[in-house]
Design a protein around this ligand. Structure first.
Ligand code: AMP
Length: 278
């Protein structure tokens, strides 16, 4: 596996390839959810294609009071995971490599970013779009894999690719969960053992509520289920149209129940499918 530390090195590596190049953008602290994404990328690339995993804790997507400084950075174990999952290269740029000190151009998606996490994390998706656009330009993938765990991010990246004509096929990957239902996340490391035991109850409440008929009943039931979890503080619980992210008014469109919940130091996000309801 090749380690690419600069944009120049990444472009040189890319220039020698003429089959599929599949990018998996990550912030590192890799867990088995990321590993499944990389294996999926390997499958898309096939034997003649290449997989590149980027590991970059992107400062511009963190708010001033968020966890940029304390975000875990276990590089040795990240490299072991990328290697064992079958990546051909890992792109590890420094902040200076990615951002000029006097940078003044960003990428901003203005509709889908106005809701859910975008409402509680101002500037977050502008940071995400800007860095993903730059990762696309640095590695020039034919395909890029994004997890459905970050449903809103996936919708926004698809919109960015469509509206800015990036020649990249976006490949979604379903949410990977631990055996007890908690979606795997680098931020699960912030949970104490007691909080870790309580955390799957968020997904339980969402699953239970998703069986109800109206979006209003779903949100109400899910909210009261999460409120019963000791120490849980709800950021949002919303039922939205799965593609426009507009509030879901009935079950004639495919929906998504999305939630963000603080548990101790961790802000956990999750989402579940809301099928059509006849
Ligand atoms: P992150 O390192 O958290 O920025 O995530 C990198 C990529 O992995 C994103 O596309 C995430 O949506 C995806 N991802 C993270 N956790 C999971 C999970 N539990 N299931 C599916 N995809 C995930």
């Amino acid at each position: 596996m090749k380690t690419l530390k600069t944009i120049a090195a990444s472009r040189r590596w890319r220039a020698g390839l003429d089959s599929k190049v599949v990018l998996v953008p990550t912030m590192g602290a890799l867990h088995h959810g990321h590993e499944a994404l990389i294996r999926h990328a390997r499958g898309i690339a096939g034997p003649s294609g290449s997989v590149v995993v980027s590991i970059f804790v992107n400062p511009t997507q963190f708010g001033p009071k968020e966890d940029f400084a304390s975000y875990p950075r276990p590089l040795a174990s990240d490299l072991a995971i990328t290697r064992r999952a079958g990546a051909d290269a890992v792109f590890l740029p420094s902040i200076g490599e990615m951002y000029a000190a006097d940078k003044s151009v960003t990428v901003n998606e203005s509709l889908l970013s106005a809701t859910l996490c975008g409402r509680s994390r101002p500037g977050h998706f502008e940071g995400v779009c800007s860095v993903v656009a730059k990762l696309f330009l640095a590695t020039q993938p034919t395909h890029a894999v994004f997890g459905e765990k970050d449903w809103q991010q996936l919708a926004i990246i698809r919109r960015m690719v469509r509206d800015l004509l990036f020649p990249v096929t976006i490949e979604p990957f379903p949410i990977v969960r631990d055996a007890d239902g908690l979606a795997t996340s680098s931020r699960n490391a912030y949970l104490t053992p007691a909080e870790r035991n309580l955390a799957p109850r968020i997904f339980d409440a969402m699953t239970q509520a998703s069986k109800l008929k109206t979006p209003q009943a779903i949100v109400k039931n899910c909210t009261s289920g999460i409120k019963k979890i000791p120490g849980a503080q709800i950021d949002y619980v919303e039922a939205v149209d799965a593609s426009t992210l507009h509030p879901l008014s009935n079950r004639k469109q495919i929906g998504r129940l999305a939630a963000a919940v603080f548990l101790g130091k961790a802000r956990l996000i999750d989402n579940v499918h809301l099928p059509l309801f006849a």
